[in-house]
Write a protein that binds this ligand. Sequence first.
Ligand code: 6PG
Length: 246
Amino acid sequence: MTSGANVRVVPDGAALAEAAADEFLALAREAIAARGVATVALSGGSTPKAMFDVLAARGRDALAWDQVEVWWGDERTVPPDHPESNYGMAKRHLLDPLRIAATRVHRMQGERAPEEAARDYERSARDALGTPPVFDIVLLGMGKDGHTASLFPGSRGLEEGGAFVIANPVDSPLTNGPTVRLTMTFPAIAAARHTRFVVGGADKADALAGVLEGPRNQFPAQLVHGTDVRWLVDAAAAGKLTRSYS
Ligand code: 6PG
């Protein structure tokens, strides 16, 4: 990651959720004003949960939610009602509380054969958003190994330069061993109008310092490029950064 990375450090997890929600709403309002719709690709894991709860608490008046199309950057190969499902988490914390219509929700079908699910998801995204599919907002988290979306260290998805959505075999302690994940690829992420990493917690501090200040191409998150990539991090995650950021 170049030293020119755009990084905003906020005090703690609660401030991170608020700041991420503020950023999301501002970018979504901008997209709706410009094109009548905001297309967003959500990240999974635990970090976005607090942000989704903030968005739900602010209610339907905070944004023209009926003009938001919800997609995902990655998904586990589990059914939608599985505790590990990124869609399931978003449904509980965001989609249901804000009554987002199912017609505007485009989940990755983790219950299907992964290759078919990835192929169909890419086709849906390209039909809706062009080639490459251009999302207004791509939200990304980062694991303590520097993975993002489901582009894990050593996985073949890191080299994918053609497809926009793939079934990516991964084997990581963070996935409790071998599994297959559905994930957008770096070309899909790079096409986004706005890419926002949201990273919190001291367990991410080593990886974040490596990604932002270490040698290039050591971590998957360093391979994320785009027209507007910014980081929202809390002080704990930023604890090992040596440079000053915005
Ligand atoms: C997933 C995510 C993944 C996540 C990181 C961080 O499906 O798990 O998309 O990329 O953002 O693993 O996860 P936490 O927020 O749980 O630390």
